[in-house]
Design a protein around this ligand. Structure first.
Ligand SMILES: [Zn+2]
Length: 194
């Protein structure tokens, strides 16, 4: 390939990773900004997801600044890649109590966050452990913004199904407090597949 082709292919890959967001979409902290390691492998999927899967990190480290959240997210990525042997951080997006949304695998890559749902869901992880308390309001607001943006971008249908990770697998995730909260939200459905 000549240089121009290489550059064009590279630009197309970047465009696929972070599509242009319509007005009303929140800004998303890119992988470069939070200091992500490169993925070992990238497997794409149809970005239209009927399911939205909620997780928590399950580790009692919390953050209220971009710097601190980035540090914790890098530790999640290390855990997923080094201890679990995955190709990358497992989630599609992460949300910190600094109110930021962080890019994980994004909308169009197969996740590694919930068995049976990795090819048809957006997996969103709240940074911290939410067994005993809810994420700060600023984080919940960021989640709602990500959802409405995903609907505008046609990555989630209006009638998407909201689930907590424990509905897909025998796990405490996303923590008792957060799970109780999301189970009050309109799109949550009482289904289990474990
Ligand atoms: Zn989980």
């Amino acid at each position: 390939m000549n240089l121009l082709v290489v550059i064009v292919v590279h630009l197309l890959a970047l465009a696929a990773a972070l599509p242009t967001l319509p007005a009303g979409c929140p800004s998303i902290v890119s992988r470069e900004e939070w200091g992500a390691r490169s993925s070992r492998q990238i497997a794409r999927r149809n970005p239209l997801s009927p399911f939205l899967m909620v997780h928590h990190g399950g580790i009692r480290s919390y953050c209220t600044t971009k710097e601190a959240c980035s540090r914790i997210i890098r530790s999640y990525q290390d855990l997923h890649m080094d201890d679990r042997g995955w190709d990358d951080i497992g989630y599609s997006f992460l949300i910190g109590e600094d109110g930021n949304i962080y890019e994980g695998r994004g909308w169009d890559r197969i996740g590694a966050h919930a068995i049976k749902y990795n090819t048809n869901s957006i997996g969103v992880c709240f940074v911290g452990d939410f067994t005993d308390r809810l994420p700060e309001d600023v984080a919940l607001q960021a989640f709602y913004k990500l959802v409405s943006c995903s609907i505008k971008m046609n990555f989630l249908p209006n009638n998407y199904t909201l689930l907590g990770h424990r509905q897909a697998k025998d796990t405490m995730c996303p923590g008792d407090s957060l799970f109780k909260e999301i189970s009050q939200w309109p799109n949550w459905k009482n289904v289990t597949s474990n």
